[in-house]
Design a protein around this ligand. Structure first.
Ligand code: NAP
Length: 238
């Protein structure tokens, strides 16, 4: 679609991939609604970008997805795309992972992502079209030891998106998932050993690499859909 003057909501836009997507889509002329819990960051980013509104809140609050779509409609009169990106990671063997933190991750990566899709879908249905891109992961397609719980949340996303894409065939609603490999963001900030070092990787992805891919998916003409786009560091052996 032609992006100029269209409206996109981007969840998890206070850092990392979501922030880079916001910059990229804004440079393409889109108007934005950004979300995250850190309101000060949202305020600053919105002021820098211009034509950008925000909703501060926890995505696991079931009311938040509806507030995001409503914000797009009240500020800009339309909502053409949702980049369903907020997420977190808990790593650990199934025997040792902190079960409560794991369940928080499931609530955010899976339940909240599903609710966002559910709400956006109703709006897109009412206007006869729209684009939905959810940030999955390469770990939505393959699993490694100690990443089973995280991969489970992303496999769930893949299943939902693929089922929904088929249900929406021919409706004007495009359902897509982007599947990044290792990206340098705040996601691994509190890890004792960064996965880049654990994997001996020299040149992991940057958030802008994923932002370019998201824009590419959105810019396809209406008769084209890219259901999944995996984006890996060229040196990845996964
Ligand atoms: N980095 C990677 O290697 C990689 C690889 C594959 C897939 N991914 C996926 O990419 C997505 C973005 O992650 P990232 O790498 O960009 O990490 P990040 O820099 O940590 O960004 C995560 C974003 O999600 C938001 N968020 C976290 N918990 C939230 C909550 N409970 N409610 C609302 N917003 C919340 C954060 O904002 P606040 O803290 O302000 O709430 C932040 O904007 C995630 O879905 C992740 O699984 C990342």
């Amino acid at each position: 679609m032609e992006l100029k003057d269209k409206v996109a909501a981007v969840t998890g836009a206070t850092s990392g991939i979501g922030l880079a997507v916001a910059h990229n889509l804004r440079s393409a002329g889109m108007k934005l609604v950004l979300t995250g819990r850190r309101e000060e960051r949202l305020k600053k980013i919105a002021a820098e970008l211009g034509q950008t509104a925000y909703v501060a809140g926890d995505m696991t609050d079931p009311a938040v997805p509806g507030r995001i779509v409503q914000k797009a409609l009240s500020e800009f009169g339309r909502c053409d795309a949702v980049i369903n990106n907020a997420g977190t990671i808990e790593m650990g063997s199934v025997e040792e992972i902190d079960i409560d933190r794991m369940c928080e991750m499931v609530r955010l990566n899976t339940e909240a992502a599903f609710r966002m899709i559910y709400v956006a879908l109703r709006h897109f249905r009412s206007v006869g079209g729209g684009d939905m891109i959810t940030t999955s992961s390469v770990l939505g397609k393959t699993v490694r030891p100690r990443f089973g719980a995280y991969a489970g949340t992303k496999y769930a996303i893949e299943g939902l998106c693929e089922g929904l894409r088929k249900e929406m065939a021919g409706t004007g609603i495009r359902v897509m998932a982007v599947q990044p490999g290792l990206v340098m963001t705040e996601l691994h900030d509190d890890w004792e050993v960064h996965p880049k070092d654990a994997q001996g990787m020299k040149t992991p992805l940057q958030p802008e690499d994923i932002a370019r891919s998201v824009r590419f998916m959105l810019e396809q003409p209406d008769h084209v859909v890219i259901p999944q786009l995996m984006v890996l560091p060229a040196e990845a052996e996964i």
